[in-house]
Design a protein around this ligand. Structure first.
Ligand SMILES: NC(=O)c1ccc[n+]([C@@H]2O[C@H](COP(=O)([O-])OP(=O)(O)OC[C@H]3O[C@@H](n4cnc5c(N)ncnc54)[C@H](OP(=O)(O)O)[C@@H]3O)[C@@H](O)[C@H]2O)c1
Length: 245
């Protein structure tokens, strides 16, 4: 039977290409994000690739809207097999502004947006004793990064939350996978400079899909960035500060 997969942040970047990858496998896909026009284009291409796409214009910070979208998707698709909480934003902490608006938005989108997306599907997965929950964290979750403490902290939060959830959910045959990408060429990184081991989004998505298929708990890639984590963790603050964007 073809899979029923709900993807947040499907209007661009990694989420968009995940939609195409699963559409190619004939999946029924829920595409969620705020920009409906882009979602409709992704839906059209997904359908051409052999999928059956349903569009949900949702701000993942809105708990009620996420719950409604989840219920509507499960009704339309006849259930759910996998949810990928991929929607996220980067951004500067704005530490000197005296105003927490920017950092709060980053934390809310990257943490509350993930719980809002995943939680509504868990009862159905528990009932059917199967399912896959995926959260898209980052290599940033292992590092301290100048000007991006809100982002790094949020990505640690969802990685650790997933590790904790797994202890409970594995009893119901629910897989919990955390994806920790390094630099991927998407609209999010379009303005950044000096990105080591940058991967095309298509390559990144191939690796992500394969990691999910293999039931990985935490998938950190590319390998060159993965092996640099222990070095970057012990790097003196003065040196690390130079990498801030
Ligand atoms: N690119 C990288 O190098 C990289 C590295 C590590 C981790 N990641 C993570 O990968 C994920 C995808 O990022 P990307 O690189 O593909 O960036 P992207 O192209 O900017 O895509 C981000 C997606 O998230 C959606 N989104 C953002 N805020 C949202 C909200 N409040 N409600 C609903 N949807 C929202 C955006 O759609 P709308 O604007 O239409 O809502 C868009 O579809 C993110 O979680 C990011 O942190 C990326």
């Amino acid at each position: 039977m073809s899979k029923r997969i709900f993807i947040s942040g499907a209007s661009s970047g990694i989420g968009e290409y995940l939609a195409y990858a699963y559409a190619g496998r004939g999946a029924t896909i829920g595409l969620a994000a705020r920009r409906e026009e882009l979602l409709n284009k992704v839906a059209q291409k997904s359908n051409e690739l052999g999928g059956a796409a349903h569009v949900f214009q949702v701000d993942t910070k809105d708990q009620i809207a996420c719950k409604s979208a989840a219920e509507e998707f499960m009704a339309q698709a006849g259930g759910v097999d996998m949810v990928i909480a991929n929607a996220g934003i980067g951004g500067h902490d704005d530490l000197m502004s005296g105003d927490a608006t920017a950092i709060n938005n980053i934390i809310e989108t990257n943490v509350i947006g993930v719980t809002n997306t995943l939680m509504p599907f868990i009862p159905a997965m528990k009932e059917q004793k199967s399912g896959v929950l995926v959260n898209v964290s980052s290599i940033a979750s292992f590092l301290r990064i100048a000007y991006h403490g809100g982002y790094a902290g949020a990505k640690v939060n969802i990685r650790l939350m997933a590790d904790s959830w797994r202890l409970t959910l594995s009893r119901y045959n629910i897989q919990v996978t955390t994806i920790c990408p390094g630099f991927i060429k998407t609209p999010m990184t379009a303005e950044l400079k000096g990105m080591p081991f940058l991967l095309p989004v298509e390559t990144a998505v191939e690796k992500i899909v394969s990691a999910i298929d293999r039931g990985k708990k935490t998938f950190v890639f590319p390998w060159q960035m993965k092996i640099m984590i222990p070095l970057l963790r012990v790097m003196p603050d003065g040196l690390l500060r130079m990498f801030g964007n």
